[in-house]
Design a protein around this ligand. Structure first.
Ligand code: LMR
Length: 400
């Protein structure tokens, strides 16, 4: 009965890893997926995560029972506090409905399904460009996807004018997706002053902001600084959706740990919203996994572990920043044509190089360097050892 099922294409991001794994070359380099690697090019489990896991293993009260439908209560409270700040009025007034979900993707999906059921406006505006999975998540979740201008390829910066025009023309009440920090794939974020302009427009048009926070701590190295955009939108008392992920900032990629928070205007509303979130989750996956959320809760609760985490996180962020400088210096040393200053100006895990699909495929075929076809490279996958190889490849690609 399935004989007519057609072969589906590989995922544009995760499919890069599939192709990389098949390449026998010892020189191969995977700069596709946004996953942190050490200077030695190896994946890493943070020391603080190992410690928290040890504590859990030795704790007889830590069981493998089902969690409640919306997850571990401590984890949910601490996660909302992490993004909003412990002194946020929304936290103090219990105006937040939080569901522990399957990392950022699961949080976005649960959020869309909730919106499709309970919100009058089913259109979501997403930035152009954005993470390749965003339109698929929202469409699958029952929303209609439209886009707003975000990136200007000529300046390799923010198209603020285009963004404001498009959001101004959006249907009243539309949902708008923002990347909280370290925009993926461009590495271009609005300044605080630009965020303020965006916030005023969003509120005056009655749009509903939905933040995707996948890189808190990774853009600047500071958890508080990377949460500023979200906090501005919560400080004005308005509603807001937030999807958080601990994949990158705690290195818990495969544990699938994250949360959806819906900031409401009053505690009783949040409590009813929470009751409805349960109805979204129960038929989808019943309740979330316990292990990753228990690790996060341990780290967030204990001051020593928390301090150790922030130091390790800063170490990762700083290594990425130094990779930017090294790549920029290597291209400058080679006299590679073009202006490469965007490599050091962009922030977060990725550089949006400006290389086109043909150059990307040349670098894959001739240099065994793997990246997404839009020219995005994961700086977190680079090391001092591999920078010269990448710089040679870019130089060759642009001087052909
Ligand atoms: C990425 O953009 O590389 C990451 O967010 C990983 C993913 O799931 O695509």
């Amino acid at each position: 009965v399935f004989a007519n099922v057609v072969q589906a294409p590989e995922d544009p991001i995760l499919g890069v890893t599939v192709a990389y794994n098949k390449d026998p070359s010892p020189a191969k380099l995977n700069l596709g997926v946004g996953a942190y690697r050490t200077e030695e090019g190896k994946p890493i489990v943070l020391n603080v995560v190992r410690k928290a896991e040890q504590l859990l293993v030795n704790d007889p009260s830590h069981l493998k029972e089902y969690l409640p439908i919306l997850g571990l209560a401590d984890f949910n409270k601490l996660t909302a506090k992490l993004i909003l700040g412990a002194d946020s009025p929304a936290v103090l007034e219990n105006r937040i409905a939080t569901a522990q979900c399957l990392s950022g993707t699961g949080s976005l999906r649960v959020g869309s399904e909730f919106l499709a059921r309970h919100y009058h406006q089913h259109t979501i505006y997403i930035p152009q460009p954005t993470w390749g999975n965003h339109p698929k998540v929202f469409t699958s979740g029952g929303l209609n996807v439209k886009s707003y201008r975000y990136y200007d390829p000529t300046t390799r910066g923010l198209d603020l004018q285009g963004l404001l025009e498009d959001l101004n023309a959006a249907d009243a009440g539309s949902v708008v997706l923002f990347h909280a920090c370290a925009h993926n794939p461009t590495g271009v974020d609005p300044t605080p002053e630009q965020w303020e302009q965006i916030r005023q427009l969003v509120r005056s048009k009655g749009l509903l902001p939905f933040f995707d926070s996948a890189y808190q701590g990774f853009a600047s190295g500071s958890l508080d600084e990377d949460a500023q955009s979200v906090r501005m939108f919560v400080a004005d008392g308005g509603e807001c959706f937030i999807a958080q992920s601990y994949a990158k900032n705690m290195g818990l990629y495969g544990e699938r740990v994250g949360a959806l928070s819906i900031v409401c205007k009053a505690a009783d509303v949040a409590s009813r919203v929470e009751s409805q979130l349960k109805l979204v989750v129960r038929p989808m996956y019943s309740n979330p996994p316990i292990h990753g959320a228990s690790i996060v809760a341990k780290v967030l609760k204990d001051k020593d572990l928390y301090d150790e985490w922030t130091a390790e996180l800063k170490g990762m962020a700083d290594r990425i920043i130094s990779m930017r400088q090294q790549l920029f210096d290597a291209l400058t040393a080679r006299g590679t044509p073009g202006d490469w200053s965007h490599i050091i100006k962009q922030i977060g895990m990725f550089t949006f190089t400006g290389l086109n699909a043909e150059q990307v495929s040349f670098m894959r075929n001739e240099y065994h360097i793997y990246m997404t076809s839009d020219g995005r490279i994961s700086m977190a996958g680079l090391s001092s050892r591999t920078v010269p190889h990448l710089a040679d490849a870019i130089h060759a690609a642009v001087t052909r």
